[in-house]
Design a protein around this ligand. Structure first.
Ligand code: GLA
Length: 394
């Protein structure tokens, strides 16, 4: 099991890297976390409900003013061991490395919204696994926006930051993501799960402090190429379904409406809609299950979510299915409460709720089965709900 590096230690490392590179200490240090979604997958862009929490994996940026004029950022990433200089007004960001393009998109959107920070230099220190479905890019975006917040001295609300970052990803990176990831990184709170209504953006922060239940995240360490093309395809199929059902978004449809129209919808569109409508229902059931401490029901809902993502939405893969099936086989007798894929799918991670005293044993058993069956080493860690993005110093 991977150890968790405390935020304070990451902050110190980021500060040291900055001082070593630029010969003076940073003026500001900011952080933004990755997230794991407990339930409510592929429903954010259908105006549905989701239930994520921030994880103890962070992007920390140390920053300070730089010489010169205009909105520029000289930035070094220690994970990439790469530096680039971003000119916010530049027509194109194509010459930047991919990670720099994410930062550029946010700086551009923020500058257009009236948050121009002037010349800056920064170092990025991060440990959110890349491409693991834990929102490493949203964390980088929201950390960038928080750096701008610190440098301009203008406070920006979490929801506003999230919307600017989502826009940046939609427009500048070309990924038509929903609001969940950026919103989670910006708005989640320590020791809380966040129930988010992706239409109204209303949130309910639900205490999640039961010491007997642990969140175990398992990275399959595979990523299917299909992910980038399948996501917009699914979104399109949902829009088609909503249009044919005569509703603004699938949030407004019911299973009865779908059943009535099912012979007029293309078979695949029908199944996509069935996933979304049933998943939105499961999030609401999950909320009541957690309120009444009904962990058995919470677990059933997670397995049902996975089945629906595998069969109706078709975003799972052999590796994720093996991780979830193994957890399910260990079952409540062995301390597993529930398990499912988390994030967009096609590889990445599963999220498993485990009784705390069984977590080492469960982790070892799942890792062994995965490695012997597929000859791939998974990575595993546990996490408590972490705080959302904020200015740490400055
Ligand atoms: C990605 C997107 C989110 C959401 C999830 C699936 O993480 O960025 O907006 O759609 O997939 O739930």
């Amino acid at each position: 099991m991977l150890p968790t590096v405390p935020l304070e230690v990451m902050v110190e490392t980021a500060k040291q890297t900055f001082s070593q590179r630029y010969g003076e200490p940073p003026k500001w240090v900011v952080m933004a976390p990755g997230r794991v979604n407990l339930i409510g997958e592929h429903v954010d862009y259908n105006d549905g409900f989701v239930m994520p929490m921030a994880i103890e994996r962070f992007v920390v940026i140390a920053a300070g003013p730089a010489d010169g004029e205009g909105d520029t950022l000289q930035v070094y990433s220690d994970a990439m061991d790469d530096e680039c200089t971003i000119s916010v007004g530049a027509e194109s960001a194509e010459e930047l490395p991919r990670w720099g393009q994410y930062i550029h998109g946010v700086l551009k959107e923020m500058s257009d919204a009236g948050y121009a920070a002037g010349p800056l230099r920064a170092t990025v220190h991060a440990n959110v696994p890349l491409g693991g479905g834990l929102s490493s890019s949203a964390a980088l975006e929201v950390a960038t926006a928080t750096m701008v917040e610190a440098a301009t001295g203008k406070s920006i609300s979490g929801p506003e930051k999230a919307k600017l970052c989502q826009r940046a990803e939609n427009i500048h990176v070309g990924m038509p993501c929903g609001i969940m990831d950026q919103f989670s990184s910006a708005v989640c709170e320590a020791d809380r799960l966040m129930q988010l209504d992706c239409r109204s953006l209303e949130t309910k922060q639900v205490p999640f402090t039961n010491p007997d239940v642990t969140v175990l995240i398992i990275n399959s360490n595979v990523k299917r190429e299909l992910a980038s093309s399948a996501y917009p395809l699914r979104r399109g199929q949902c829009e088609t379904a909503a249009k044919q059902l005569g509703v603004p978004a699938l949030r407004d449809a019911t299973m009865a409406m779908l059943d009535k129209m099912s012979d007029q919808l293309e078979e695949v569109v029908n199944r996509r809609a069935r996933h979304v409508i049933s998943e939105i229902g499961r999030v609401q059931e999950m909320a009541s299950a957690l309120e009444s401490n009904n962990w058995a029901l919470a677990g059933e809902l997670m397995y049902a979510s996975h089945d629906s993502l595998r069969d109706d939405y078709e975003v799972s893969c052999e590796e994720l299915n093996l991780l979830v099936d193994t957890a399910h086989q260990i079952g409540s007798g062995g301390g597993v409460i529930g398990s499912r894929l988390t994030g967009a799918g096609f590889g990445g991670c599963t999220v498993t709720l485990v009784e705390s005293d069984a977590v080492e044993d469960v982790a070892t058993r799942i890792a062994q089965t995965y490695q012997t069956t597929l000859d791939i080493e998974p990575t595993l860690f546990t996490t408590r709900p972490a705080p959302g993005a904020h200015i740490v110093e400055g």
